[in-house]
Design a protein around this ligand. Structure first.
Ligand code: ZN
Length: 236
């Protein structure tokens, strides 16, 4: 049904292409700067430890994680998990990504509002994310079988669930931009990177930011598509 809907293609393809492009770009930028060693030669783990120390954060653990670009900060566990390339890497990419993850730990320590909102939305989205689209589609099918009343009600429930996913993606944007801003400031203040190295770290973090932009654009477009398809947002 969606494979042949030109409206779906018009709404889904831009987000999909942007997503592929962003993924390609973050990987290639990371790989490029993961080849470039820094003058100070600190590992990503060292960089993270030093920035945490400067900010007086003592209760966050730094742990190695598995997988390429699997770096993340877990507010629940107060754990900063760095992928092997970042944890052990003495490169511009490692310093940039490690500092970014510390940026999230600093947000947490300072009760940054959007991080709190994002964390509150995690369990909601874990519940709604896998169910929203099947419920919306179920509503469409019900509308065509039993008439619009029940079908539309089901569709609206599905749309509301999908809207939570969109909200989550949108709230993620300030959280990610702010973490990178904090990271670059900390790298500069701590003189962890030289000016040229700093530009490389900025390039890596900018590329990473695009993946979140792509995810947000994609989910907004998908919501718009379902709104139009449901007739709640009238097609011109
Ligand atoms: Zn992040």
């Amino acid at each position: 049904m969606f494979g042949i809907d030109p409206l779906y293609i018009a709404f889904a393809i831009p987000g999909l292409l942007l997503g592929f492009w962003a993924q390609w770009r973050v990987k290639s930028t990371f790989r490029r700067y993961a080849q470039v060693g820094t003058a100070r030669g600190m590992t990503g783990a060292d960089v993270a430890q030093s920035i945490l120390q400067v900010h007086g954060i003592r209760d966050v653990r730094i742990e190695p994680s598995r997988g390429f670009l699997s770096d993340h900060y877990s507010p629940g566990e107060k754990a900063l998990r760095l992928s092997p390339d970042v944890f052990n890497g003495r490169t511009i990419a490692a310093a940039g990504v490690a500092a970014h993850e510390v940026g999230h730990a600093i947000q947490h320590a300072q009760s940054y509002r959007f991080l709190g909102l994002r964390s509150a939305l995690v369990p909601v989205v874990q519940f709604t994310s896998p169910l929203a689209v099947p419920i919306i589609v179920g509503g469409f099918i019900l509308s065509s079988v039993t008439g619009p009343t029940i079908g539309q009600l089901v569709t609206i429930v599905g749309l509301a669930m999908f809207a939570m996913v969109v909200l989550f993606q949108l709230v993620t944007l300030p959280v990610e931009f702010d973490a990178s801003r904090r990271a670059l400031a900390a790298l500069e203040q701590g003189q962890i990177l030289g000016p040229q190295e700093h530009d490389g770290a900025r390039a890596v973090l900018r590329a990473a930011a695009w993946t979140y932009v792509a995810a947000a654009v994609s989910s907004v477009l998908t919501l718009l598509y379902f709104l139009m398809r449901s007739g709640l947002l009238r097609r011109r």
